[in-house]
Design a protein around this ligand. Structure first.
Ligand SMILES: [Zn+2]
Length: 297
């Protein structure tokens, strides 16, 4: 097996590592706990993974944002690397080319190059997972915004805060410091929050989706609210970007009927009507970010 690119998907819990061969297949997978608070342990961990492949470039999908001009990394999940010039630090420590991008961006890169969005020039991919994320691809290249931020359709106060009617809208405080972001209710945890807001008993997201599929009233009310707000935000994104496919990753992407319902709701609300599905589950599963990282340039 000839190693073409080394790929790592670095999250707050684990580092997934694999070698991409010349047939674009992932091999020699390894998984190690992420040393989140120990700078040297973090570098040594990556060094031990990369050392058997001298000189082979390392491409990394990372929970964080890299400032394009300075290379400074912002990462809440891996404090020992927060604020470092991450790629150049690894470049000199590991003695090889190192490329880094946000993990949601890498998911979209993976689906655009190797998965369900292959053949599309204009791709907006979304994550409905722990939070709501996204990434934009044009002709196979990531579009990076100011400060490295782009595709973050999960943040901005889209749900109005009504001081005189505080429970009239699902306006929840968000981790970004604002209120009413899609991130607060668009994920699996968010769905559970919406269910409570509707006045129903606590219920996990799998049970809510299953009850909705079975036609139960309470779950249907919650999913209706979910689809109404999420499809409105996504329709705005599609009308703005002109994306021709929206691959979906993250935990809720496994709920295929929910993704299909979101697709139908979105297609009713966009300006350019099309018959083919637009919002579709990604097809690469846990390999998407690793494969997407391999395609970074
Ligand atoms: Zn937010």
């Amino acid at each position: 097996m000839q190693a073409r690119i080394l790929c790592a998907d670095i999250g707050g819990s684990f580092i997934d590592f694999a070698v991409l061969d010349h047939r674009n297949a992932l091999a020699n997978r390894r998984k190690e706990p992420t040393p989140t608070r120990d700078f040297n342990a973090f570098l040594n961990c990556l060094h031990s993974m990369a050392a058997p492949y001298p000189g082979v470039p390392l491409h990394i999908a990372m929970a964080g944002t890299q400032e394009p001009k300075t290379g400074a990394l912002t990462t809440a999940n891996i404090p020992c690397m927060d604020g470092t010039s991450f790629a150049s630090l690894l470049n000199s420590h590991l003695k090889r080319t190192v490329r880094v991008a946000n993990d949601a961006d890498c998911f979209v890169m993976g689906e655009a190059h190797f998965g369900v969005a292959r053949g599309h020039d204009n791709v907006f991919g979304i994550i409905l997972g722990t939070g709501v994320g996204g990434g934009m691809i044009w002709k196979g290249q990531l579009i990076l915004g100011g400060g490295g931020v782009s595709g973050e359709w999960g943040h901005a106060p889209i749900i109005p805060h009504l001081p005189d009617l505080p429970n009239a809208t699902p306006c929840f405080p968000c981790g970004c410091g604002q209120k009413g972001c899609l991130d607060t209710f668009g994920s699996a945890r968010g769905l559970e929050r919406l269910h409570l807001w509707n006045g129903f008993a606590p219920c996990d997201s799998h049970s809510i989706v299953a009850a909705w599929e079975a036609g139960e009233n309470d779950a249907t009310k919650t999913i209706d609210v979910y689809l109404n707000y999420t499809s409105a935000a996504l329709a705005l994104v599609i009308n703005t970007t002109g994306a021709t496919i929206i691959p979906v990753g993250g935990g809720l992407s496994n709920a295929h009927k929910l993704v299909s319902a979101l697709d139908h709701a979105v297609r009713k609300r966009i300006l350019h009507q099309q018959d083919a599905p637009l919002v579709v589950p990604g097809t690469l599963g846990p390999d998407a970010a690793l494969l997407g990282a391999s395609a970074l340039t």
